[in-house]
Design a protein around this ligand. Structure first.
Ligand code: GDP
Ligand code: MG
Length: 163
């Protein structure tokens, strides 16, 4: 079986955009609004001669107050369990959010290889701001723009190194 790379993170950080870029076709639906109910979506990717399966954790459901937070964490848990490598995606424009800390804590407990990717980094101000995410305690980070494709080669280099 091919190794599995899961993309986890809060709604709207750009997971589906990154997923589509990695698999090179529009298999996942991109949503402007969080809270669309979907299962985890799988796609095939390859980089530097390595083939792997990418999982987009799209199945988030916003319900009554507080439920979204739980759904984020639950989806992340499921994806983390089946993953060989986890790409933890965060949004530089939102900054560090409580849910980011929650997911980070679970990732540390899971003892799976994690790559922290700071998305939507599209200028020098964003590059500077990305440093804030070191407080998640996951070590090194990579800055990317899933939309424009910058930094994604560096991200993939790191992914295949951990496979
Ligand atoms: P998901 O909920 O984590 O799957 O996020 P989506 O991939 O659906 O993206 C949410 C919104 O952020 C959409 O409007 C995307 O176009 C936008 N987005 C995603 N990646 C980037 C990026 O790198 N830069 C910018 N500026 N916007 C992005
Ligand atoms: Mg999505």
């Amino acid at each position: 079986m091919k190794p599995i790379v899961a993309i986890v993170g809060r709604p709207n950080v750009g997971k589906s955009t990154l997923f589509n870029r990695l698999i090179g076709e529009r298999r996942a639906i991109i949503e402007d609004q969080p809270g669309i109910t979907r299962d985890r979506i799988y796609g095939d990717a390859q980089w530097a001669g390595r083939r792997f399966t990418v999982v987009d954790t799209g199945g988030l459901q916003s319900g009554p107050e507080g439920e979204l937070e739980e759904a984020v964490v639950r989806q992340a848990e499921l994806a983390i369990r089946e993953a060989d490598v986890v790409v933890f995606l965060v949004d530089v424009r939102q900054g560090v959010q409580p849910d980011d800390h929650e997911v980070a804590q679970r990732l540390r407990r899971a003892r799976k290889p994690v790559i922290l990717a700071v998305n939507k980094v599209e200028n020098l101000k964003h590059e500077d701001a990305a440093g804030e995410f070191y407080e998640l305690g996951l070590g090194d980070l990579v800055t990317i723009s899933a939309l424009h494709g910058t930094g994604t080669g560096d991200l993939l280099d790191r992914v295949v190194r951990l496979l």
